[in-house]
Design a protein. Structure first.
Length: 61
């Protein structure tokens, strides 16, 4: 799923892409089992992979 095009349609972050939302908000969505928590889970996973890839690349330098 491409979260770049998914826009939050509720609350404080209404109108913002999920890729721009704070991790605390995404975590809240997951913890409360919000009806759109799948977007939050996907975005958090994308961020984890990005960090792992960054650190994986730096180990090879």
């Amino acid at each position: 799923m491409n979260n770049d095009k998914e826009i939050c349609d509720f609350g404080l972050h209404h109108g913002e892409p999920y890729t721009a939302l704070p991790a605390t908000f995404l975590n809240w969505m997951v913890e409360t089992n919000h009806n759109k928590s799948h977007f939050a889970k996907n975005e958090l996973e994308r961020r984890i992979i990005a960090v792992e890839n960054t650190f994986g690349e730096s180990k090879n330098l």
